[in-house]
Design a binder for this molecule. Structure first.
Ligand code: PHE
Length: 347
């Protein structure tokens, strides 16, 4: 093996040993750089006689070509290795199961409220929405519960640290009944001078609050108010509307409805509405589902209407209770704990 072969092998070995492109370029410089070994050989040609110069020159050029080929081969090898490493690092395992975002769903009480709205809308009822922080007048006084009236203590009230212009504390509404007043006032205003005034037919679902907490009471709960005011709207209509609602809500005809005398300051007479299914797990048990009554003349007056002309009924039911009955839930707290194991069952 001559010295040129020796050098070619050396270059090849050095290139192979270079682990990175940068080190490969350093190795290249040792052979092909300005003062590299091949360059030095070429410089040495100058001192040779013409005949030898030609032969030796050809040999050195051949050596140079071999070294360049080896360099190029190693460059490609390193580039390829780098690409492979990158592909490995960015590899996607397409056989993994997809990541499931989890599908949300409506809360069971929201589903109940949507059902209530759809059923009453089909009976010509509007759906109204109002504030949860309420004035003393709306929540109590306008509903015939004057200050210091014992009826006020029927409902344990959360007060808000804010006073209205009369200095009365604001409250978290204890029922949706103030929506009767808000809606009727707006209705009376809207149809001022229109004879006859169109009937008021509205439901108002929403959150309500009382100082109360156990398996059947939550400090925050829902109510849905109903109000129908016309010129000859009676208890007969209330019973028909409510029975129709129950039939459609529970999707059964197999139940009885009863009106049990009761008291509310804002209705006279007043009744609790009870239902009893004739079959199923709750068969034969009377279940209280709403408070109701003929709207008290004093309240009709607070609506801005003449109680000699305008008459009707109101009711207030509990969507939480209806949800529990419909799905067979026995603890109201489950509805408001936000436990996904519970909620996911209603998706
Ligand atoms: N607001 C009453 C309650 O919370 C229910 C009710 C509404 C009663 C409308 C009569 C008429 O208990």
């Amino acid at each position: 093996m001559n010295d040129l072969d020796q050098m070619a092998r050396q270059a090849q070995a050095d290139f192979q040993a270079a682990p990175t492109p940068a080190e490969l370029e350093n190795a290249k410089a040792r052979f092909l750089g300005k003062s590299g070994r091949v360059t030095e050989l070429l410089k040495g040609l100058a001192s040779l006689p013409a005949e030898q110069k030609k032969l030796r020159g050809a040999d050195i050029n051949q050596l140079k070509a071999r070294i360049e080929a080896a360099l190029q081969a190693r460059r490609e090898q390193l580039a390829d290795a780098e690409l492979q490493a990158q592909l490995r690092a960015e590899a996607l395992d397409v056989t993994l199961p997809g990541r499931w975002r989890g599908m949300g769903g409506l809360h069971p009480v929201s589903r109940t409220i949507e059902r209530i709205e759809a059923i009453f809308a089909s009976m010509g009822f509007d759906v109204a929405d109002g504030p949860e922080i309420e004035t003393d007048w709306m929540n109590f006084t306008a509903l015939n519960s004057p200050k210091n009236h014992p009826a006020r203590s029927m409902q344990d009230t959360f007060y808000v640290d804010l006073q209205d212009s009369e200095g009365a504390w604001l409250n978290l509404r204890t029922h949706t009944s103030p929506m009767q007043v808000r809606y009727a006032l707006a209705h009376a205003e809207k149809y001022k001078g229109v004879e006859p005034m169109p009937e008021i037919r509205v439901i108002a679902p929403g959150r309500t609050y009382r100082v109360d907490s156990d398996a059947t009471h939550s400090p925050m709960f829902h109510q849905c108010e109903g109000l129908w005011i016309g010129t000859d709207v009676s208890f007969k209509d209330l019973k028909a509307v409510f029975a129709d609602f129950v039939r459609r809500f529970f999707e059964t005809d197999d139940f009885d409805v009863r009106f049990r005398p009761s008291f509310f300051p804002f209705t006279e007479p007043s009744a609790e509405i009870d239902i009893a299914f004739r079959s199923g797990p709750l068969a034969g048990r009377w279940l209280e589902v709403a408070g109701s009554g003929q709207v008290h003349p004093a309240v009709v007056r607070n609506f801005g209407l003449d109680p000699e002309v305008h008459i009707g009924f109101a009711f207030g039911m509990g969507p939480d209770r209806l949800t529990m009955l419909r799905y067979g839930i026995d603890d109201m707290r489950l509805l408001f704990e936000g436990d996904l194991r519970f909620l996911a069952q209603f998706r």
